[in-house]
Structures are given as structure tokens and as C-alpha cells.
Write a new protein. Structure first.
Length: 305
């Protein structure tokens, strides 16, 4: 199967040269498409120098779902591999291992790979990656929601692959979402009778040392997504059970590393995440001038929202 590598970029100069070199090393003949949101740096020229098909859009026109759809429709590959600009492959077989499950089961519509914490990650950041990305691969269908609940639709377009034909069947990625275009697409694919896979042997380094305020903003946006697309929670279950599991796991992780000094930060950060998420669920009661300030995806808050 031929595949196309699709990378949305914005001010990606610190990462893009190394990323495109390693993509070419792993797959010399694959199509690479970079869609750049009018970066202020040299991102577009770097992409062109590596032979990537380069599309430049206005910064304000970026849309998590719509931009990826435009790249997907442009791509020639049977398989669409989506990367974010700041990932680093963990080994020289990451792309090959990512798409392997497609060969084993034609009902698998989408696959995501493992994300490992970057060197220098905080304990909070490292734990998040280790909690979300285990060392065991799996395949899931919509029937698994009775066991895994909302985790059934967990997915990440930072390192993922889709069959182009089935993505087209569900109408591509939804436009106009604050973010979470991957979660939305996976829910639709599962209800269409397809399966999704997690390839633990396909790994990249990708993590963020978010501050407590940045995590508050991210969880605010998750709450907005879950309000605007409330059918996902109705069909797959509420997030609160996962939240309790995460808090217990994080507390044990800090204890394992003898970082009891971080307990106050642990309490504060999780309280802010809880507050941010529930404010996001109630964002329609908050003045629009304020929602933009407390959101991570500020450009989303235009007149139509």
C-alpha cells in the first residue's frame, strides 16, 4: 500500500528539517505533504527543499479538522499518515510498524502509535505519556465501549494513520471543532463498523511540559468539545471514571519517584484541570471575551462560536 505523510506546520523551523530527513530515511518514496499556516519562519522553504508538496494557508484559516481534510483530499496514498511537527521517531522502523496492522485486518480503519516522553520531561508530563500509551498493542471495535468506555475512542493525530477510503466514507474530519478531530473521526469510524488499532511497537518521542495554567486551558477546551459533541459522551460514557484512575496513577508515580514535595503541585494541577473541564462544559454561560482568554485554541472563538 502506498502512503502519504501529512504534516500541518506553524513556525516549525526548529523541528522540520530533522523530521523530514527521518521520514525520507524510513520511506524514501512516500509522498510528503506539508500544509503551513503562514509561518513567520522558514518552515515552507524547508519543506520545499525536502521535496514535500507544500501548501500555504492563512494562519486564521487553520482548522484542526478542515485543514487535515484538505491535505487528505490532496494526498495520493491509500494510507494517510498524520504527524505533528514536533514528534521525533524513536527508531528507524516507526512508520513501517505504524501501518502493519492494516495488513492483518481489512476492517482496521485507523491506527495510532505510542508516544514516549521527551528527554527533560517533567514527572507530570512523563506520567501522562506513560498512562496514555502502554507497551501493549490492541485492536478495538464499538462493542468494546462496554469495557473501556470513553477510552475506546482515545486516539492521537500526532502519530497516526488512516485508510483514505474509509475516512472519505465518513465525510473526512469534521470542520469547526475546537480540537479533537481525531476523537470525533474515531467515534464515527467505530459506529460505521470499523476497528481501530494501537501499535505499541511504533513509537515517537512527543510530550509537553505544560504549566498548570496551560493544563487548565487544555481541559477547558476538552470540556468545550464534550459539550459541542455531547453524543460522544452519551455513546461511550463520561470522563469522570478515567479522571479518578489518572489521579490515583499519578499519585503512585510521584511516590515511586519519592517526589512527595510535588504533592501540593499535584493537588493544584488536578484541581485546575477539574475546574477547566467543567467550565468548558458550561462555556455557553461565560462571556465570549473571557472564553477566548481561558482557551488554549484562541483562534477558534470567532463570531460563529
Amino acid at each position: 500500500m502506498k502512503y502519504s505523510v501529512c504534516i500541518p506546520t506553524y513556525n516549525a523551523e526548529p523541528y522540520l528539517n530533522k523530521l523530514l530527513l527521518t521520514v525520507r530515511q524510513q520511506s524514501p518514496s512516500c509522498e510528503i505533504i506539508v500544509i503551513d499556516s503562514s509561518s513567520a519562519d522558514n518552515s515552507a522553504n524547508i519543506a520545499k527543499a525536502h521535496g514535500a508538496k507544500t501548501i500555504v494557508i492563512r494562519k486564521n484559516d487553520f482548522d484542526h479538522g478542515g485543514t487535515r481534510t484538505s491535505v487528505a483530499q490532496e494526498a495520493k496514498g491509500d494510507i494517510l499518515v498524520f504527524l505533528t511537527q514536533d514528534i521525533m521517531f524513536a527508531d528507524s522502523h516507526a512508520l513501517e510498524n505504524l501501518i502493519k496492522p492494516f495488513m492483518k485486518d481489512e476492517k482496521i480503519a485507523a491506527i495510532y502509535g505510542r508516544q514516549l516522553p521527551n528527554a527533560g520531561s517533567s514527572l507530570f508530563s512523563a506520567h501522562l505519556r506513560l498512562f496514555n500509551y502502554s507497551d501493549s498493542s490492541y485492536v478495538r471495535s464499538v462493542e468494546d465501549r462496554s469495557v473501556y468506555g470513553i477510552r475506546t475512542v482515545f486516539f492521537s493525530n500526532s502519530f497516526s494513520a488512516y485508510r483514505k477510503s474509509v475516512l472519505e466514507d465518513i465525510g473526512w474530519f469534521k470542520k469547526g471543532l475546537i480540537f479533537g478531530e481525531d476523537t470525533h473521526a474515531i467515534a464515527k469510524l467505530l459506529f460505521a463498523g470499523y476497528k481501530i488499532a494501537y501499535a505499541a511497537d511504533a513509537a515517537v518521542y512527543h510530550s509537553h511540559n505544560y504549566t498548570a495554567i496551560e493544563e487548565f486551558k487544555r481541559y477547558f477546551d476538552i470540556g468545550v468539545l464534550h459539550r459541542t459533541e455531547d453524543w460522544i459522551l452519551k455513546e461511550f460514557g463520561q470522563i469522570k471514571g478515567e479522571g479518578r484512575k489518572y489521579i490515583r496513577s499519578e499519585a503512585l508515580y510521584l511516590a515511586k519517584h519519592n517526589r512527595y514535595d510535588l504533592i501540593p503541585a499535584f493537588v493544584f494541577r488536578n484541581a485546575l484541570k477539574y475546574l477547566g473541564y467543567h467550565l468548558g462544559l458550561k462555556n455557553h454561560f461565560i462571556p465570549k471575551s473571557l472564553t477566548r482568554r481561558i482557551s488554549m485554541n484562541k483562534n477558534w472563538w470567532g463570531n460563529k462560536h
